[in-house]
Design a protein around this ligand. Structure first.
Ligand code: AMP
Ligand code: ZN
Length: 479
């Protein structure tokens, strides 16, 4: 029996501050836009916490039968990339290209499913210029006396809905040229910044009818998401737009203003934001100097499965506090899952009955479905998973059947969480040697030469090989 038909997926919508059913424009298709990294440096694992919750969201939607079209941008031109390129004495592209490459490597290490399209901002200049022209035409943008083009928020009455600015004081009229500005101070923001000497020096300036310059960060996401959903799906509305909680204001507020100001259509139906990864209560960031990159973890030999499990053990709308202890705890969990899967594989070979594991596995699948459909409640789903491991192990100890079903259920769940231990590639020469030693040890045991058998075991252990004698023969793996 397969798992029961899922209830509709519900997600917290920042726009309404409520958990609401996801209602895509044209199911089963779901268009998903996630704000990607700014490639001025290596992404830290705080950034990856956001990308991992988005990975879980995407995998879950796919698992429940949605056909997700996922777009992620790469911010390769903005205040930070220009500043750091200049400091490095490089052209912008020369500076950002290695960080883009590193981002993809880190994504693969963390087993994050690649988006269907990655949009580097510098590849979308015509679309950005067209968007600014449209906003100028419609009278919601104006050219400032400094030569930059600004969005006039007074001309866009719903400005502030996403971040609930009406609950705060609105100061309209002041102009802000930088990409980030003080929270709660909504001023006309730059769509297009007049090129200055620093921009020209690194090759970050483009000709446009309204003057040579470069895009503001907010403009990039509007132009690229609208371009891509028009291309794939002939629509002007995204089903889901996601990012970290710090992007609600001003970034996403401004994206709405620009996009809706140009199209007159709802920009995104569902806004989903993930909480921060903290270190001792402070947001992990380059600015605070309390950051770790994915490559740091990889170099320390950390299994990506442990990072994934650690993050999924906390709800995406709750902060996670990162510590070595928490990571070590998650690594233990990953190990347990790996051992459980190996045991199921062994038991499945001579599985003569379906019960009780068949029943237990269908229950865990239902529990996970219910939890993830309820605003992606991964901690509840993970708790159900470990309950399943505990109960199934107990039944197996008592010679219960149904390992085949349990194995299939586990593998289906792992398509969503992907938290099994990374299989270490085994050198064929080493594997040949191990096989030969294991055979020699079995021979020694058969002839009751336990001293020789123990010596071979010690030899194997010294090479990092763990062995286990089972009713179906001796199993080995690299520890
Ligand atoms: P950036 O590279 O700064 O443009 O950020 C990329 C993504 O990482 C955005 O969605 C941010 O909201 C997110 N982000 C930045 N810092 C953190 C953090 N400490 N925890 C979780 N997400 C973060
Ligand atoms: Zn964005």
């Amino acid at each position: 029996m397969t798992a029961p038909a899922p209830a509709p997926v519900s997600l917290f919508n920042t726009l309404t501050r409520r958990v609401e059913p996801l209602v895509p424009l044209a199911p089963p298709r779901v268009t998903l836009y996630t704000c990607g990294p700014t490639v001025w440096n290596y992404a830290h694992i705080g950034n990856f916490r956001t990308f991992l919750f988005e990975d879980l969201l995407r995998r879950w939607l796919e698992h429940t039968g949605y056909d997700v079209f996922h777009i992620m941008n790469l911010t390769d031109v903005d205040d930070r990339t220009i500043k750091t390129a200049r400091q490095a004495g490089k052209r912008l592209v020369e500076h950002t290209a290695p960080f883009t490459k590193a981002f993809f490597e880190d994504r693969d290490y963390l087993r994050i499913k690649p988006a269907h399209v990655y949009t580097p901002a510098t590849a979308y200049m015509p679309q950005m210029i067209a968007l600014v022209s449209k906003l100028l035409e419609r009278g919601v943008a104006y050219k400032g006396d400094d030569g930059s083009v600004y969005f006039a928020i007074a001309k866009f009455p719903t400005y502030g809905r996403l971040s609930q600015l009406d609950k705060r004081e609105i100061k309209v009229g002041a102009r802000v040229a930088s990409d980030e500005y003080a929270k709660g101070d909504p001023s006309d923001f730059a769509l297009w910044k007049k090129a200055d000497a620093a921009d020209e020096a690194v090759g970050a300036a483009w000709d446009a009818p309204f003057g040579r310059g470069r895009p503001g960060w907010h403009l990039e996401c509007s132009a690229m998401s609208l371009a891509e959903i028009a291309k794939c799906c002939r629509v002007q509305t995204l089903d889901i737009h996601a990012g970290g909680i710090d992007l609600i204001f001003p970034h996403h507020e401004n994206e709405i203003a620009q996009s809706e100001g140009a199209t007159g259509q709802t920009f995104a139906r569902h806004w989903v934001h993930g909480e921060f990864l903290n270190v001792r209560g402070t947001k992990m960031s380059k600015r605070h100097g309390n950051f770790l990159t994915a490559r740091d973890l990889r170099e320390q030999g950390v299994d990506a499965a442990a990072v994934r499990l650690l993050f999924f053990q906390t709800h995406y709308r709750q902060p996670v506090d990162f510590s070595d202890d928490a990571l070590a705890g998650a690594a233990e969990g990953v190990k347990r899952l790996g051992e459980f899967r190996e045991r199921l594989e062994r038991e499945a070979r001579n599985d003569r009955r379906d019960e009780p594991l068949k029943n237990i596995s269908s229950l865990v699948e239902t529990d996970v479905h219910v939890a993830l459909n309820d605003d992606l409640n991964a901690p509840r789903a993970i708790a159900a998973l470990f309950d399943f491991v505990r109960v199934a192990n107990r039944e197996l100890d008592q010679r219960g059947g149904g390992a085949t079903f349990a194995l299939k259920a586990l593998d289906r769940l792992m398509e969503v969480f992907d938290v099994l231990p990374t299989q270490r590639a085994v050198d064929p020469a080493l594997a040949g040697w191990v096989e030969e030693r294991v055979a020699a040890r079995n021979q020694a045991r058969k002839s009751k030469d336990f001293k020789a058998a123990d010596a071979i075991r010690a030899e194997l252990v010294a090479r990092g090989v763990e062995i286990e004698d089972t009713p179906t023969g001796t199993k080995w793996r690299l520890g």
